[in-house]
Write a protein that binds this ligand. Structure first.
Ligand code: 5AD
Ligand code: SF4
Length: 456
């Protein structure tokens, strides 16, 4: 009976997982599963996991410990609960999860989500515990239900209903030596342009005005165009920008090697493409970049940033950096600090290197001591935080178009995003949600701005 069952999906990790969780919710909707934020009332619980850094698997097992209690309590009330582990930990650990955690009914890898309903019902009806972590030949996107104009995941997505994610590319062939992604998400795959246009139109019908195109290596996008030839990301952006109702486009995450001339030019020519670029550099010393198999030098990165800034002088740059990669000397770490100081990032994510099983870097002998990593991360983060603060403070007094997406914690407060992806808080009527309004920035914090809405 539609509406009589509930699914709770807990999402860890990156935006691609957020997108996948929405698609899993949608895949279950035709079978009567409504999404819920309350795990205790869920008949199906899915943990959509992330494996990129340490302790991911441990986190999942401790979460599963809590779920075992919950499942027992529900059983006493005569209710059954199916527990599924999805995402990259599922892909990496596979049947190991079933062996270690008897509470789990289904282990499902990121390439198999279109089979989720079928596998769940099989596991329920046959009382079997199933594992599907294959990389099937079929295209999962082609087999997932077409997206409805109304999101069944409204409970989860309401907060970002005017902004949505759209996965255009999955997997990665770059094999950076620290990274599990090529093993958990598989080889690079780009979705065809037509199916993306169709999905974007559906999102617009839902009221979406801003779409962030997602991919582990999004600027390597080379999906089949309507002309049967591979299209670049820049061309895809151009096509999506033609859709009436789409006001803003973003994309993430990019690799410096795939930043083509046409994509750089799009930052100059395409008004709907927001002036923000997440471009991971990872390190500042060439020897470390080579050991990471990044296939670019620090100077390549500097030159690239120059070209991007020439195309779009106000662009906000964001990056990912790893400290304490095996063998990293103090001097090499300082090369990272210098590069950061030179470039000036609006935003950045920085991590201590964490050895991932099965990756080449995990086998390097000269692993860096934890206290050294902690100390380097603190030094780097103090520079990065300073840069973010400087960038945010520089916005005070300016007027930005802000797309309001959700209510704030305080009564009458709305939260939206600036073109530079900063959160902007302002007082406003609820009917401004889903609208782009000019906001005069009056104050800047470390992670957000606040301002006053001006009349249009
Ligand atoms: N250790 C630390 N950070 C990592 N990342 C990926 N793998 C590792 C690892 N083994 C970081 C990279 C990447 C981001 C998503 O996570 O900086 O860009
Ligand atoms: Fe991982 Fe490197 Fe691919 Fe990014 S480019 S997903 S860091 S292997």
């Amino acid at each position: 009976m539609p509406g009589s069952k509930k699914v709770h999906i807990k999402t860890f990790g990156c935006q691609m997982n957020v997108y996948d969780s929405e698609r899993m919710t949608e895949a279950l909707a035709p079978y009567g599963y409504q999404p819920t934020d309350v795990v205790e009332e869920a008949d199906v619980v899915v943990l959509n996991t992330c494996h990129i850094r340490e302790k991911a698997a441990e986190k999942v097992y401790s979460e599963l410990g809590r779920l075992r209690q919950l499942k027992d309590e529900r059983r006493l009330q005569g209710l059954s609960t199916s527990i599924a582990v999805a995402g990259c930990v599922a892909q990496a650990e596979g049947a190991e999860i079933i062996a270690r955690a008897p509470v789990v009914d289904l282990v499902i890898g990121p390439q198999s989500y279109h089979r989720l309903p079928d596998l769940l019902f099989r596991s329920q009806s046959e009382s079997r515990r199933l594992v599907d972590i294959s990389f099937p030949d079929e295209d999962k996107f082609g087999h997932l239900p077409a997206r409805d104009p109304v999101s069944p995941g409204a409970v989860q997505t309401a907060r970002r209903s005017s902004a949505a994610f759209l996965t255009v590319q999955e997997g990665c062939d770059k094999f950076c030596t620290f990274c599990v992604v090529p093993y958990t998400r598989g080889m690079e795959y780009s979705r065809p342009v037509d199916s993306l246009v169709t999905e974007a139109l559906r999102l617009v019908e839902r009221g979406v005005q801003e779409i962030t195109l997602l991919g582990q290596n999004v600027n390597a996008y080379h999906g089949e165009g309507p002309d049967g030839r591979p299209w670049s990301l820049a061309r895809l952006i151009g096509r999506l920008a033609e859709i009436e109702g789409i006001e803003r486009l973003r994309y993430t995450t990019s690799h410096p090697r795939d930043m083509g001339d046409d994509l750089i030019a799009a930052h100059r020519d395409q008004g709907k493409l927001m002036p923000y670029l997440h471009l991971p550099v990872q390190a500042g010393a060439d020897r470390i970049l080579a050991a990471m198999n990044r296939k670019h030098t620090a100077n390549d990165y500097r030159r690239l940033v120059d070209r991007v800034r020439r195309a779009r002088p106000d662009i906000a740059l964001s990056t990912d950096i790893i400290v304490g990669f095996p063998g990293e000397s103090e001097q090499e770490f300082q090369a990272t600090l210098s590069l950061v100081e030179e470039i000036g990032f609006a935003q950045a994510y920085s991590f201590k290197y964490s050895a991932r099983p099965g990756t080449p870097a995990a086998k390097i002998d000269e692993q860096i001591a934890e206290d050294v990593k902690v100390e380097r991360l603190a030094r780097l983060q103090s520079v990065l935080e300073h840069q973010t603060r400087r960038f945010n403070t520089g916005c005070v007094g300016r007027v930005f178009p802000v797309l309001f997406e959700r209510h704030g914690r305080r009564d009458g407060q709305l939260i939206g995003r600036s073109p530079y992806l900063q959160s902007v808080h302002a007082e406003g009527e609820p009917d401004l949600l889903g609208r782009i309004m000019p906001v005069e920035i009056s104050a800047a914090g470390p992670n957000s701005l606040s301002g006053v809405i001006r009349a249009l």
